[in-house]
Design a protein around this ligand. Sequence first.
Ligand code: SF4
Length: 698
Amino acid sequence: ARLAPDATTTAVCGYCSTGCGLKIHLKNGEAVNLTPNTEYPVNLGMACPKGWEALNVLNAPDRGTTPLLKNAKSGRLEPVDWDIALASFTDRFKAIQEKHGPASVAFLSTGQLPTEEMTYLGSLAKFGMGMLHGDGNTRQCMATAVVAYKQAFGFDAPPYTYQDFEESDTIVLVGSNLCIAHPIMWERVMRNPHSPEIIVLDPRMTETAMQSTMHFPINPKSDQTLLYTIANILVQNNWIDWEFVNEHTNGIHEFIEFIEPFTLERAETETGIPQRDIKQLALKIHEGKRVSFWWTMGVNQSYQGVRTAQAIINLALMTGNIGRPGTGANSITGQCNAMGSRLYSNTTSLLGGHDFTVPEHREKVAGILGIDSQLIPDQNSKAYNEIMEGILRGEIKGLWVICTNTAHSWINQSQTKDILSRLDFLVVQDMYHSTETAQMADLFLPAAGWGEKEGTFINSERRYGLLKKVKTAPGNALSDFNIFRLISKYWGCDQLFEKWQSPEDVFQTMKQLSIGQPCDITGIKDYKMLDRLNGVQWPAATDAAELGSQRRLFEDGRFYHEDGRARFLFEEPKPLSEPTSSAYPFILNTGRGTASQWHTQTRTSKSEVLKKLYPESIYAELNPQDARELGVVSNDWIVVKSQRGRLRAKAFVTQAVRPRQIFIPMHYKETNVLTDAVFDPYSKQPSYKTCAVKVHLE
Ligand code: SF4
């Protein structure tokens, strides 16, 4: 009875990009429980374990409740009040900038902040504090899809709506373990009434592959070759939608010429897939009336991710599988607000999906914000890896890390920790003071988390969803929005942001920034409307109440390039970025290991329920053939070494991985000791999937 609710409200979940709606049960205005929202068009009354446990991770003992400042003598973080913390933030960063120039301080943010907070942060950092460089942890998950879409469609625009999972007759998943990475999207596949073919391209027999109708266990990073070969078979058989291609695309003839050498013989050698199976895959794509192609980190986190994503887009274009129900070349986002970061973080693009290098865009944004356009940098930010290199070269001396755990998640961890330790001043703003990165900070700022503040997230299908404050943050922790406001005051630039007294004020500015862009949201009046309509997908340039609740892009066949046509883009596949050798004979693949843990486990490890659903100590999946050769059985401790580091892991012997491959989940703090800092040349996304390692019994 003590917890019996006296009211309910709704909010969207704050973990993954699915963007499920939750019903929050309140007692005296504070959340006491939650259940999935049965009315929400995304999850239709379902939630995964992380969503169910979203409230329970807020009460952890390692929540930051007061700012912490490193004591110069003891080297330990000690509690200080907000006044000292903010004065320290301002004095130290200003001193660095005075000595080394404004670009010597940079920021790293996240796809976990609400869009309004991202807008404030990006504006404060670049227009108020004079920073030139800032990036987000979205570089680790979505940068590849962003570049692939921009180049192919003319704007970063995932075209689908989740209903497409239910309307396809052929679902092709490339490098996507949907079943555990996006469990509610997988549930939507399971609700598909058309008995669809579910085709999975993945080196591992993932949980998704186990339930597919066809699994292609391709050799690591041979996906691009396989996709080009499929395209070639489609051409050879004239299984092309010429009407669509001729009216809506450019570059098909150059593409046809390019794919000619991608023969079945070559594909079998490079991918490990028998020729008859490859032919069968092409036939299924041809026979499907509504074929949808989906990809996520298996494609994005690669040294050739952009061209691989575009190889998928090419298949959708040449078969006319786009702009119709159940079709599409569909990138599934990672984090709850990766798309907010894409559009409003002021990192890769200027606010509202604009371009820093275009003078008219700078003038437009300056006019809407009411600031001098000279305050807006005329060049793009360095990408995440370039910021790290900048620190290594001594050009960047101060770093502000907001809501991400760089020391755990960035590639090649030993090097990352060394790089962070070279900074003159590292500020970490986070919910928890225990993260690997917070432990390295000179100053820690305690932030409110999901459920303790308001704003909007934009999910994978472009839906703005509303996040609400349903709990009070512990101690002296503040919402990131209020921390940014305080910093702007202490820095002396608060006059630039006077009209932003609340997140909803920022939302109104975002609406203006979106005018004339493909992501126009001027038809959403306010938060109340967003709440009433159960979220709204962009574009919403007209009254959002008049728009349907499931909408896809390109129904008229017009893309965002000036000529309205999509582009075929392609390139010769590259060899493995770190080939195996006799010294390092295994290929390491990393990825999500469970539906119950999220990223670096910063939040999810705080839930007793979620902890029980996942092994606490690190494990490595190993094929039985390799296990026999190494004399290893499940639960033995093994040592895995790469050229960069070593770790101990418990062996899990399983047919899920092929011989000479191993898989280690990304959730453990040790995993990135092994990975190799190589990047896609276009998106600068790190390649977490392919490094060479050796394995032996401990
Ligand atoms: Fe939250 Fe994603 Fe789980 Fe839905 S699927 S409840 S959005 S973590």
